[in-house]
Write a protein that binds this ligand. Structure first.
Ligand SMILES: *Cc1c(COP(=O)(O)O)cnc(C)c1O
Length: 331
């Protein structure tokens, strides 16, 4: 990948004439089944650009309460675009359609305008759970009937597609716009694609410049992105299988409950007071796990994590809990 980056043909992408970026944009538009696509520096910027294009100040955005755009983007939709979120509960990142329907605003001068639904697939905070194409199609139908747009935060969409055994375009078909991180599981160092209709992407390109995301000889990054989509998607199944083996090896550890992995994440539930010391103990043994909400630790499997690493993680986790008094209690 470093060699491909070094050899990349480049131009000035702010003028739309970087050949490697154009190639990557065409490839991802095709992969996602959309007319056009745009290279951005991050998943966060892709989501914020999409929200900006779909909304006007005062509009409302309906989404799951655990969504990245609601939790982990500094309230960007309010701070940058003057729109308000309607965060809704639902299992595994899935808001029941009836819940969305209850929150629709009547056309009345008292109310904000309901404008956009955001979906996230796979769903990070739920531990990499997936939304199937049937659910996404139901959301699409609801949105169309009520004049709403749909943005899909597909930072980890390739993981969802592989887990469900469908194409990325099947999962993106229900959305007006979709993001896809080239980093994360696909293994490029930097970059997120944002795809949609030609008109959507034309407007997104303007907003990207507004937010300072127009970059010059960015073909060096697009070259890595091309490899990420050419080779990264096909090997995600390995990560998912390894995540299942990892979960199985964690299950024998006293004092933890381990969720069934759906994609490449392993969520470990334990006593909330132990999460931080456990993460510190693991880090000392070269295992990086993220404290992930109350009483939860997140482990992510990716291309640089092998079977020996998983064994090391299981040993370190087991050491930590076995050495604690009362460790025979399960949470
Ligand atoms: C990582 C992630 C993002 C943000 O991507 P960055 O490149 O870190 O800004 C957005 N949404 C989801 C679901 C993610 O997992």
């Amino acid at each position: 990948m470093r060699a491909a980056m070094a050899e990349a043909l480049v131009g000035d992408d702010v003028f739309g004439d970087d050949p490697t970026v154009r190639h990557l944009e065409a490839k991802t538009a095709q992969l996602l089944g959309k007319e056009a696509s745009l290279f951005l520096p991050s998943g966060t910027m892709a989501n914020q650009v999409a929200i900006r294009v779909h909304t006007r100040p005062g509009d409302e955005v309906l989404l799951h309460e655990g969504c990245h755009v609601y939790r982990f983007e500094q309230g960007g939709m309010a701070a940058l675009h003057g729109v308000q979120a309607v965060p809704l509960p639902g299992d595994a990142g899935r808001v029941p359609i009836t819940r969305f329907a209850e929150c629709l605003r009547p056309d009345d001068p008292h109310y904000p305008r309901s404008r956009l639904v955001v979906l996230e697939n796979s769903h990070n905070l739920s531990g990499g759970t997936v939304l199937d194409a049937a659910y996404s199609a139901e959301v699409r139908k609801f949105a169309t009937e009520n004049g709403l747009a749909v943005h899909l935060d597909g930072a980890r969409l390739a993981n969802a597609a592989v887990a469900l055994g469908v194409s990325l375009s099947d999962l993106a078909a229900s959305a007006d716009s979709v993001s896809l991180c080239l980093s994360k599981g696909l293994g490029a160092p930097i970059g997120t694609m944002l795809s949609g209709s030609a008109e959507f992407v034309r407007q997104a390109r303007r907003v990207r410049k507004l937010l300072g995301g127009g970059m010059r000889q960015v073909g060096v990054l697009a070259a890595a992105g091309l490899l990420a989509i050419a080779e990264g998607v096909a090997r995600l199944g390995e990560d998912h299988a390894r995540a299942r083996r990892c979960a199985a090896s964690f299950r024998g550890v006293p004092g933890v409950r381990v969720a069934d992995p759906v994609t490449n994440m392993v969520l470990v539930h334990t006593d909330p007071d132990l999460v931080k010391p456990c993460a510190e103990h693991l880090a000392k043994h070269g295992v990086l796990a993220l404290p992930f909400g109350v009483g939860r630790l997140r482990f992510v499997i990716h291309r640089d994590v092998g079977d020996l690493d998983v064994e090391r993680a299981a040993r370190a986790l087991s050491d930590f809990f076995s050495s604690r008094p009362g460790s025979e209690r399960s949470p």
